[in-house]
Each structure stands twice: as C-alpha cells, then as structure tokens.
Ligand binder design. Structure first.
Ligand SMILES: Nc1nc2c(ncn2[C@@H]2O[C@H](COP(=O)(O)OP(=O)(O)OP(=O)(O)O)[C@@H](O)[C@H]2O)c(=O)[nH]1
Ligand SMILES: [Mg+2]
Length: 465
C-alpha cells in the first residue's frame, strides 16, 4: 500500500518529498557510539561519494552491513563506521537508505553531518523518517504515533503499552470494530434499498444487526475509558504535598523520594519555593511536589511561596494534605479540607510517633520513622489508578489526543444511532451516523487523512525519528 498518490495535497507540504535526508538519531553528546540515519532518493549513491569503499556500498545487498570510513571532499578520513544498507521497500521508511554507526564524539558527529550535507543530503524534519514510513504504507497512524510514545515512555508500563500499539494492537482493534460497523451499515443499506422498493424507509422499525452495533459500541467505550489511564502512565501524575507550616511536608517528600532534597527544620515556613522530583509508585510515574506551608502571612516572600503552592494545588491530580498530629486539627486544616472536598485528596495524619492515633479517614504516618509509608503509597496508587473496564482495556488503549478525539466522535455517533433506533426512528436517519463512525475510524488509522493533520502530528516528533 503506497499512500503518496492518495494525497496530492501532501506533495506540496513540507514533509511530502522523497529528497535524500539525514539526521542524528541518538543524542548529540559524548557517547560510545552514535547513529546517523539517511533515507531517500539516491541516498546510497550520494553516501557512496563520501564513503571509502563506494563500490562495496553500491553493490551491497539490502539489510547488510559494510565497514568503511566517512571521508570528506579531499579524501580526508572523518571517522571509521559501520553502514547498514537498506533497499526499498524493505526499510523503515520504505525507501533506499543507510544507517551510519559512528563514534559518539560531538565533533565527529558534527563533521559527518556536514560532509553528508555537502554530498547532497538535507537535514531531516522532526519525525520525517516515520512520516515517510507512514506515506509508504509501512505503518498506520496509530503505530506511527506509538514510535514517539515509545521514545518518551517513562515507566515499564508505558513502554509495554506503546510497544503493543507499535506491534499493531490498536490498529487491529480499530479494524475489527470497523468491520463490525461496516456489517451493520451494509445491513441497514440493504434494508433501505429493499424498503424503498416496497415504498418508504419509515416503515422499517428496529436496527438490523443490532447486536453487532452494540458490540462495536462497547469496544469503543472501552477504548474511550482507556485514555485517562494511558495518559497517566505516559505523562505521570502531579501529586502535591500541602499542609500548614511545620506539618512535616518536606520530611515526607524526602522520605518518598528517598533523598534529602528538601530542607527540613523545626522553623515553620522553612520551604519557600516548591521543590519537585520524579518517582514511580507501583509503576505509576509521579511528579511529586513539596510546597510552602499554607498560613496567613504578612511576609512577602512567604506570601509568594503560598501563592505558588495554591497554583500547584489547582493543577494537581492528587493532593496529599498533611496534618501535624502533635498540634492536631486546626481551623485552617478544616477549612482547607472543606474547600477541596471535591478533589482527589488523601488526608495524612503525620508525626504519629509522637502524636495520638490518627482519626478515621486519615492515613497515619511518621515522616521521621517511616511508619505508615507503605499504606500511603498503596493509597496513592489506588487513588490514581482507574479501574480497568475489562481485561482488554489493560492491553489495548488509546494514547494521543488525536486518537481520543476520533474515538469520542465515534462514541457519540454510535450512542446517538442506537438511541434513535430505540425510539424506532427510520433507518435513513440512523445509517449516516454509522457511516460517520466508519469514516472517523478510517481517519484514526490514517486511511483517510488530510495533509494538515499529518504535518501537525509529525512535527511533534524528534528529529531523527
Ligand atoms: N516526631 C516527628 N517529627 C517530624 C515528623 N515529620 C516532620 N517532623 C519534624 O517537624 C519539623 C518540620 O518538618 P518539615 O518537614 O520541615 O515540615 P514542613 O511541613 O516542610 O514545614 P514548612 O516547610 O515550614 O512548611 C522538623 O523538625 C521535622 O524533623 C514526624 O513524623 N515525627
Ligand atoms: Mg518544608
């Protein structure tokens, strides 16, 4: 399947040509090895002009590795390399190309890229290799997107889910749902044709293949609910520790990140600016933030710190509210808990090593001895995790806003179609909703796509991908 001919508009867009491109796929840093990718029309011929063994390179089989030197226009050796040769269509992009493994020195990488530019390669745009793979039918859009998800996955779980999408898990699910809907659509159209002959679609009551439509709806629903969870695993949750000055917030923060990062003293108002760290609790990536204690203050610096605490609290996915168990519940604590009643919040009764036991609804903890920390972590994980709607939602999910928008559109079309069917509305009103749903699923995998969507999507990739 080659999509180039399908979208004339794309040829004039930034990403649409097959010019020879090259880019560094690994970090520009001192590393043992680096990988420079190249692809496009005449890529191998151009590369051979700056390679010490041009004949071997040009006659190399696809998927083979050639040893040689990258040389500049004066024949000066730049670096000793291994070049993996690919022939169209058996390559990532579907084009001719080569991956150059070179030494990972910054000067070496820069010199090779300069020599390649001199040979006629242009710098690849962000995501351009994957864009070409999509255009040449090597990947559908869900798999193309999963490439970036895989690069940016922060936890094992996020990686696992992205790999599943890369292997085509989501693409397959979408195809299966689409097949169900096409069957429903075919059934309705058949009925419409028939009833037109018989004199009017209004006469037809009920939806043929209703069970298939219901199955499609429930699978779309599972995909829609998977988004929050996938997003959580991919982006991480913002968890903010708040409480009155001296409640032990910084002590708890340090204990959770297992590092003495935040300053702890017995002087109330020690933390002025917020401090953050990334941790993982039961595989959920968390951006944990320690904040300035909340209190009425006339000190400008403290006020600014409190203002920042409040901004972070407004954005938090979860609030850990600490009460100083030695002091007990104050009017300020009660007011805070009342004001944040609708928010995801865990109330923690701290300093239990010195305080009386925690009231109900509080997690008892001691940021000094570590008591109660395991229970707190378990509650954090349970509060952040959504119950998976079924086993399928655990392995197949949607991950990007673009996918979510498509799935939401399909969901509302199907819900409306089934509710109209319940009201015995005629099929000629219902059928277009199924058609919309099928088209939107085509958009999701990229069978139907517009140039601007593709440009926006791929420009978010990193260069070299
Ligand atoms: N006994 C006991 N002392 C604690 C506990 N947690 C914190 N402390 C002490 O309480 C004091 C304040 O602790 P911090 O962690 O700095 O409190 P904070 O809430 O960050 O305070 P501010 O930054 O001023 O808002 C320090 O002397 C800590 O050693 C605890 O669980 N038990
Ligand atoms: Mg503090």
């Amino acid at each position: 399947m080659n999509r180039v001919n399908d979208s004339a508009a794309i040829t004039s867009a930034t990403y649409g040509d097959d010019a020879p491109i090259a880019a560094l796929a690994t970090p520009l840093a001192e590393t043992a090895l680096a990988l420079i990718r190249s692809s496009g029309k005449d890529a191998l011929a151009l590369l051979s002009t700056v390679f010490s063994r041009p004949k071997q390179l040009l006659t190399a089989k696809g998927n083979s590795v050639i040893h040689g030197w990258i040389v500049d226009s004066n024949g000066q050796r730049i670096d000793e390399t291994l070049v993996s040769v690919y022939h169209a269509p058996r390559s990532y992009t579907g084009e001719d190309g080569a991956d150059i493994s070179c030494h990972g020195g910054i000067a070496t990488i820069r010199s090779i890229l300069r020599v390649l530019r001199g040979a006629g390669f242009r710098e690849a745009l962000p995501g351009e290799f994957t864009f070409r793979a999509f255009m040449n039918g090597k990947l559908d859009l869900t798999r193309a997107e999963s490439v970036m998800e895989l690069v940016s996955a922060k936890t094992e779980c996020a990686r696992e889910h992205a790999v599943n999408r890369l292997a085509g898990g989501l693409e397959q699910e979408i195809h299966d749902i689409k097949r169900l809907l096409v069957q429903v659509l075919a059934g309705t159209e058949l009925f419409l044709d028939y009833s037109e002959d018989e004199g009017g679609a209004e006469e037809v009551a009920g939806l043929p293949d209703r069970l298939l439509a219901e199955e499609a709806l429930s699978r779309i629903r599972a995909l829609a609910t998977s988004y929050c969870m996938e997003k959580l695993y991919h982006d991480g949750a913002l968890v903010v520790i708040a409480g009155r000055p001296n409640a032990g917030k910084s002590s708890l923060f340090n204990m959770l990140i297992k590092e003495e990062r935040s300053i702890v003293t017995d002087v109330p108002g020690t933390t002025r600016d917020w401090v953050e760290s990334f941790i993982s609790i039961e595989n959920i990536p968390i951006r944990l933030v320690d904040t300035a204690g909340l209190c009425a203050s006339s000190d400008t610096l403290e006020q600014l710190g409190i203002e920042r605490s409040l901004n972070l609290l407004a954005a938090a996915d979860l609030i850990l509210y600490l009460v100083d168990g030695v002091v007990g519940l104050t009017a300020e604590d009660t007011a805070f808990l009342r004001d944040h009643a609708g928010r995801p919040l865990i109330a923690v009764w701290n300093k239990t090593d010195r305080a009386s036991s925690a009231p109900d609804d509080y997690i008892a903890s001691s940021a000094k001895t570590g008591a109660g920390l395991n229970a707190l972590c378990a509650t954090i994980a349970a509060t952040l995790s959504l119950p998976a709607s079924d086993a399928q939602a655990k392995t197949i999910g949607i991950a990007t806003e673009r996918q979510k928008a498509c799935i939401d559109a399909v969901l509302s079309a199907l819900e409306e179609a089934l509710s109209l069917a319940d009201q015995q509305e005629p099929l000629d009103i219902i059928a277009p909703l199924f058609r919309d749903a099928v088209n939107t699923l085509g958009e999701l995998t990229g069978e139907v796509s517009t140039a601007d969507i593709l440009d926006v999507m791929f420009s978010r990739f990193c260069v070299g991908k």
